[in-house]
Design a protein. Structure first.
Length: 218
């Protein structure tokens, strides 16, 4: 059976330690660990070995490059001047190699432009008929195009942000602020800062695409 799941460690602010990453790898049955450019420094800082390092490699320290060369870790180098971010290049690699479910860490914090690009990367991955989630210590971020259930997430904060100009027929169940087939505009903030109050909450929509941000408040 072909490998399906990849963990992409980017070059944003890291907030997952070794135990967090090992738990994620085990629970999600990750097949391949990919360090994206400076993500290679972050992987080494938590004493894990990536299967691949990809990007322009301009953010990796000299010592870490030497370390990975000794370990014979595959490195795919791209020019510094290019039309894609290293993260997008990593996504294209996953597409070509049959990795269809992606977990992105160290995707937030740091440079604001890179953070926004990583959030928009979720839609690019969606357009490729792949699945993706951004994972941090407290947050999970992904897209909803039809229906999503949140099981055993009572007490979590849930924010919904339209990715298309409008989301039509949005329904929310099991939360502090529920909705029944309402329309929300991308320019409005109506979907921000809800609270899950049930062990089985649900968000559904009839048309459009939105980003959800699920935050553990503990």
């Amino acid at each position: 059976m072909s490998k399906q799941k990849a963990l992409l460690i980017l070059n944003g602010e890291p907030d997952l330690d070794r135990n967090d990453l090992k738990q994620l790898i085990k629970e999600q049955e990750i097949d391949k660990i990919i360090a994206v450019d400076g993500g290679a420094n972050k992987v080494r800082n938590v004493n894990l070995l990536p299967d691949l390092i990809i990007g322009d490699l301009d953010s990796i320290t000299k010592n870490n490059k030497e370390f990975y060369n000794k370990k014979r870790i595959e490195m795919i180098k791209y020019p510094v001047e290019k039309d894609q971010t290293d993260s997008e290049i990593a996504v294209d690699y996953c597409l070509k190699n049959g990795l269809k479910e992606l977990y992105l860490t160290a995707a937030l914090g740091g440079r604001i432009d890179q953070q926004l690009a990583n959030l928009n990367l979720l839609e690019y991955i969606y357009q490729l008929n792949m699945k993706a989630r951004i994972i941090s210590k407290k947050n999970e971020i992904a897209l909803i195009d039809s229906k999503k259930q949140f099981i055993n997430k009572e007490g979590f904060r849930l924010s919904l942000i339209p990715q298309t100009k409008a989301v039509r027929g949005l329904s929310i169940k099991g939360c502090k602020y529920n909705l029944e087939s309402k329309n929300i505009e991308r320019s409005k903030s109506r979907g921000i800062s809800n609270l899950i109050e049930s062990d089985q909450a649900e968000v559904s929509l009839e048309n459009g695409l939105l980003i959800y941000v699920l935050e553990n408040l503990e």
